[in-house]
Design a protein around this ligand. Structure first.
Ligand code: ATP
Ligand code: MG
Length: 382
C-alpha cells in the first residue's frame, strides 16, 4: 500500500521507517518545494501532487498548517485521514477552544483578540500575567507573547496588530489571550483511533520544555487518576472529530487536575519514546489506523525517556555503549536550536532508568540537554 504524507520532516521520516515492514510505503509532500519526495533519501519522485494523490491508497499528514488548496485536493480524493475538521481544529486555536468547550474538556480560560480594546478587556477578565498566542500560526512556543504588566500593552499590541493585519478576508488572523496557568507540570497523552472507532491510548507522558521547546519526555508509571482524566479527554475529543489516526493532547497538571493546553492532530514529539517503550510505536499505530489495519499495543513495556537533540550535529558515540539507548537522527542540516534528532532510553525499572540518565548526563552537556541529570536523580529516588 502507498501512503502520501503531507509534510516531509522527521515525522514523515519515522512513519516511513516503521511503515516499510508492514508493506506500507510512504512518500512525502514537501510543502516548501512542492515536490513529492522519499522522506528518508529526499529523492524526488518527479511527480506532481495531483499525480501522487491519484496513485496512493491513503493520504495523511505530519503537521496541521497545511495550505488550504492542498488540503482541499486531498480531502476531495476521499483518501485523507484524519479528516479536514481535525486539521482545521489543530491549526487554529480559536476552533480548538470551541471544540474543547463543546466537548466539555477543561482548558485555560481565554479571550479572542482582534482589537486593542479586547486586550484590555482580557486583562480585567483573566488577570495578569496573560499568555498571548497567534491562533493560526506558531509552533515550539513561537508566535507567543507574555503580558506581565499593562505597560507592555502598546508594545505587544504593535506586534499583534501586524499579525492580524497580515490575514485576509478568506483567512482572517486572530489572537487568543489565555490565563497563565500555574501548573505543577506539563503532560500529554497520545492515542490512536481507527476507522471503526476502536481506541488505543499510550500512558500519559511528562514533558519538560526549555524556552518553549520540548527538551525531555518521561513515560513511566503514572497516577491512575491522571491517566483516567487523559483517557476521558481523548475519547471526548477524538469522538467529536470522528478522528482517524494518532492524536496528541497536551495538558497542564494543576494539583492532579488536567487542563488541556492544545491538541495536535498527528504524531507528536512527546510520543517518540514509544519507539522502544511499547510494542507498537505511535508512528506504526498512526499508519495502521489510516491504512485500516488493526491497532497495536500501547501499554508501557519499559519506563522510557526521550531526549531531544536541539541544534547539535552529533553526540558522543559513547552514548550507544549504554544498553537500551538509541539515537534517531533526522538527516537535517544543522541550525541553532533545530530539532536534529532524539535519544530514547529505556530500562526495566525507574531506578535503572535513572541510573542510565546519570550515565547519559555525563556525556550530554547540561546546557544543551537540560533536565537529564535532574530527571535521573528523581527517578533513582522514586
Ligand atoms: P508546540 O507546538 O511546541 O507544542 P506551541 O508553540 O504550539 O508549542 P503551546 O504548546 O501552546 O505552543 O505553548 C508552548 C509552551 O508555553 C507550553 O508548553 C507551556 O510551557 C507554555 N504555555 C502555553 N500556554 C500557557 C498558559 N496558558 N499558561 C502557562 N504556560 C503556558
Ligand atoms: Mg504545545
Amino acid at each position: 500500500m502507498n501512503i502520501l504524507v503531507l509534510g516531509a520532516g522527521q515525522l514523515a521520516r519515522m512513519m516511513s521507517l516503521e511503515g516499510a515492514p508492514l508493506n506500507l510505503h510512504v512518500r512525502a509532500y514537501d510543502v516548501g518545494s512542492e515536490q513529492i519526495i522519499h522522506p528518508l533519501t529526499f529523492h524526488s519522485f518527479e511527480q506532481t501532487l495531483v499525480e501522487a494523490i491519484a496513485m496512493v491508497d491513503v493520504i495523511t499528514c505530519e503537521f496541521e498548517h497545511i495550505p488550504d488548496d492542498v488540503l482541499e485536493l486531498c480531502c476531495q480524493s476521499g483518501k485523507f485521514f484524519p479528516g479536514k475538521a481535525a486539521i482545521k481544529t489543530g491549526g487554529d486555536r480559536s476552533i480548538e477552544k470551541n471544540l474543547l468547550e463543546k466537548s466539555g474538556v477543561p482548558s485555560a480560560p481565554f479571550k479572542l483578540i482582534t482589537e486593542r480594546e479586547h486586550l484590555i478587556e482580557a486583562v480585567s477578565l483573566l488577570g495578569l500575567p496573560l499568555v498571548i498566542k497567534t491562533c493560526q500560526a506558531g509552533y515550539d512556543g513561537k508566535g507567543q507573547w507574555r503580558l506581565k504588566s499593562l505597560e507592555q500593552v502598546d508594545e505587544i499590541w504593535a506586534e499583534m496588530a501586524g499579525f492580524i493585519a497580515s490575514g485576509s478576508d478568506d483567512f482572517p488572523h486572530t489572537i487568543i489571550a489565555e490565563k497563565m496557568i500555574p501548573f505543577d507540570r506539563e503532560v500529554s497523552v497520545i492515542g490512536a483511533r481507527d476507522k471503526a472507532g476502536n481506541v488505543h491510548i499510550y500512558p500519559v507522558t511528562e514533558n519538560q520544555h526549555t524556552d518553549g521547546v520540548l527538551t525531555l519526555s518521561l513515560a513511566a508509571e503514572i497516577d491512575a487518576n491522571v491517566q483516567q482524566q487523559a483517557i476521558d479527554a481523548f475519547h471526548k475529543l477524538a469522538t467529536s472529530m470522528d478522528y482517524v489516526g494518532v492524536l496528541a493532547i497536551e495538558f497542564f497538571d494543576v494539583d492532579g487536575q488536567l487542563m488541556v493546553n492544545e491538541i495536535a492532530p498527528r504524531v507528536h514529539n512527546s510520543g517518540h519514546w514509544s519507539q522502544q517503550g511499547t510494542a507498537c510505536s505511535q508512528f506504526e499505530n498512526h499508519l495502521r489506523a489510516v491504512a485500516g489495519l488493526p491497532l497495536g499495543d500501547t501499554q508501557l513495556q519499559k519506563p522510557s525517556v526521550m531526549i531531544n537533540v536541539l541544534g547539535q550535529a552529533s553526540i558522543s558515540s559513547k552514548v550507544l555503549e549504554i544498553s537500551d539507548v538509541k539515537s534517531h537522527w533526522y538527516g537535517k542540516a544543522q541550525r541553532a536550536g533545530r530539532k536534529m534528532g532524539h535519544i530514547n532510553v529505556s530500562a526495566p525499572t525507574n531506578v535503572e532508568l535513572g541510573q542510565k540518565l546519570l550515565q547519559l548526563a555525563a556525556l550530554l552537556p547540561e546546557a544543551d540537554y537540560p533536565g537529564v541529570l535532574a530527571t535521573g536523580q528523581r527517578l533513582i529516588k522514586s
